[in-house]
Ligand binder design. Sequence first.
Ligand SMILES: [Zn+2]
Ligand SMILES: [Zn+2]
Length: 273
Amino acid sequence: MTDALLEAEPLIRLAAFAGVFAAMAAWELLAPKRDQEIGRLRRWPSNLGVVVVDTLLVRLLFPTAAVGFALVCEARGWGLFNHLALPIWVEMAAAVILLDLVIYLQHVLFHAVPALWRLHRMHHADLEFDVTTGVRFHPVEIVLSMLLKFAAVAALGAPAVAVLVFEVLLNATSMFNHGNVGLPERVDRILRWIVVTPDMHRVHHSIEPKETHSNFGFNLPWWDRLFGTYRPRPRAGHEGMTIGIPLFRDPKELRLDRMLLQPLRNDDTEAPR
Ligand SMILES: [Zn+2]
Ligand SMILES: [Zn+2]
């Protein structure tokens, strides 16, 4: 079981990524929410290029990934759940929800600490908002995020299957909620009690600082409501709002080499307030 899970993990993740990506790309093509000024050809090679860099780096540094680490914790009896005799479904649900809370808090931290914002601002520097924005994260942010996830997995003693479910879910919801798509308003209003919708997360990519620093959730929408960081809609409307941050407005910044070096650029280090 253990080895089978580890062996299947990369394939399960790749299949989920490819499936959700294709579905979102098709949806964006058929019914885009916003007209894009900068086309896919200019952005997608870089945004997808960074996914390749991220994946290679993570697999190189952490060959068995978080799932493998969860198995180590299980074997050594590390973490809360490995000391409690809870039913597996309770452990699974609690682990997925608590890992999501950790990712929410991490996102808030990456906005609040200037050195971390330097890394995270690359995600916000995309000048359009679509499925590829959802996977556009600086490799160093991905590595730090992985270390934090390892710490959370060890503290919780999260079941390995729950870690895999959480990672697949987070990747899928991130591509869904960065989609250049919209749902009927009534559907969106109901759905955003269960999952972060594209209209909810788009607010987070607004150039207006108050909006940049709201709607931090990637998967579950509850944390923003609970911690007071929820903003229902952008001031200028979804079609009228400007995507991005003030610092990197030149479309040249959408090149992969530029993106990777953005954290080192000696411009304002603080997140816009
Ligand atoms: Zn952010
Ligand atoms: Zn985002």
